[in-house]
Design a protein around this ligand. Structure first.
Ligand code: ADE
Ligand code: ZN
Length: 359
């Protein structure tokens, strides 16, 4: 055979081997037990449920059908998504609506082998529509309790403050939540990042710390590395949600790596919101190679086209990720969770044995 033809044959064989390896890795990722640490429950509202709840509650929707809703999910930045996200959640009115929303998410991720989830909810977005805290909280919590019993998915609850609103509004939400605080594990900070620096929320986060709540914040999704510094120094968070833009500041990367911060990274969200232009350019492997404890999460799966396994699959398809790196990512999910040390050790041991071929 001509040497050119041999080369073509070799390179096509190489591609087949690579794609077989990727398929094997995807199948492994799908069946591994996983933790999800970055999930907005309101972002799990699938168009079908949105329509069902709109009908149930007599809420008008500006769409003719579910296809029209899906077609509208084209975003060029975070704010364009947030506008539809806040509009979509207007169909949530009763305790049963919040239950149905949460249970649908749990049933969906049980199929992805998620065994632990730490979910965020945005109370201000519901309180300002006249929904009582008890209504939303009871529905979400009842589904989480049923999910734990029926599906074996453990959970933690994160109450998130909306950063486009004032710190005073965050304090009001905290006051409203007081009777339920012993059933809430952590607080977070989300919504439009640009122009809404973490510093503005230092006092409310200090108060939450005093109350014994754990702390996290979205930072470095669209906002500059300085917002990540503010989150770790000013708010004194224990985790960073997203953190992509931390990579622009070598000193910050070193600080996050030295202090073993967990970053809750969301690949399909990053693609949909144009934080990255192509998944081939996603910084996940750079994060791992820089010693950052990155994890894989879905953020708002109903809006971004995928749940946890879809995010793993997308990463494996687009990046030269190794089996060891997959192991690290799934491990980081449990290690960075707010499970007890004993629970973490249990999950990590199961995971390690699956990777070592004994699972
Ligand atoms: N990706 C995201 N960033 C900031 N706030 C959000 N609220 C829901 N999803 C969000
Ligand atoms: Zn988020």
């Amino acid at each position: 055979m001509e040497s050119g033809a041999v080369e073509v044959q070799n390179s096509s064989r190489r591609r087949t081997v690579e794609s077989n390896n990727k398929d094997t890795l995807i199948k492994l990722a799908e069946r591994l037990p996983k933790a999800e640490l970055h999930l907005h429950i309101e972002g799990t509202l699938e168009p079908e449920l949105m329509f069902a709840l709109a009908r149930r509650n007599g809420v008008p929707l500006p769409y003719d059908d579910v296809e029209a809703v899906r077609a509208a999910y084209q975003f060029s930045n975070l704010q364009e998504f947030l506008d539809l996200y806040y509009q979509g959640m207007s169909v949530l009115q009763t305790e049963q609506d919040y239950y149905d929303l949460t249970m649908a998410y749990l049933q969906r991720v049980a199929a992805d082998n998620v065994v632990h989830t730490e979910i965020m909810f945005d109370p201000q977005a519901h309180l300002e529509r006249g929904i009582a805290f008890d209504t939303l909280f009871s529905g979400i919590e009842r589904a989480l309790q049923d999910g734990e019993q029926q599906l074996g998915i453990s959970y933690r609850l994160i109450m998130s403050f909306l950063r486009h609103l004032s710190e005073e509004s965050a304090f009001e939400a905290l006051k409203t939540a007081e009777p339920w605080l012993h059933r809430i594990d952590a607080v977070g900070l989300d919504s439009g990042e640009q122009g809404n620096p973490p510093d503005r929320f230092e006092r409310v986060f200090a108060r939450c710390r005093e109350l014994g709540l754990k702390l996290t914040a979205h930072a470095g999704e669209e906002g500059p590395p300085d917002y990540v510094w503010q989150a770790i120094k000013g708010l004194q968070v224990e985790r960073i949600d997203h953190g992509n833009r931390a990579l622009e500041d070598a000193e910050l990367v070193k600080a996050l790596a030295d202090r073993q911060f967990t970053l809750t990274v969301c690949p399909l969200s990053n693609l949909k919101l144009c934080v990255v232009n192509d998944l081939k350019e996603h910084p996940m492997l750079t994060m791992l190679e820089s010693g950052l404890n990155a994890t894989v999460n879905s953020d708002d799966p109903a809006y971004f086209g995928g749940y946890v396994n879809d995010n793993y699959r997308a990463l494996i398809e687009h990046l030269p990720i190794t089996r060891e790196q997959l192991h690290t990512l799934v491990r980081n999910g449990f290690a960075g969770s707010w499970l007890s040390d004993r629970e973490k050790q249990h999950h990590l041991a199961v995971l390690d044995s699956m990777f070592n071929g004994r699972g």
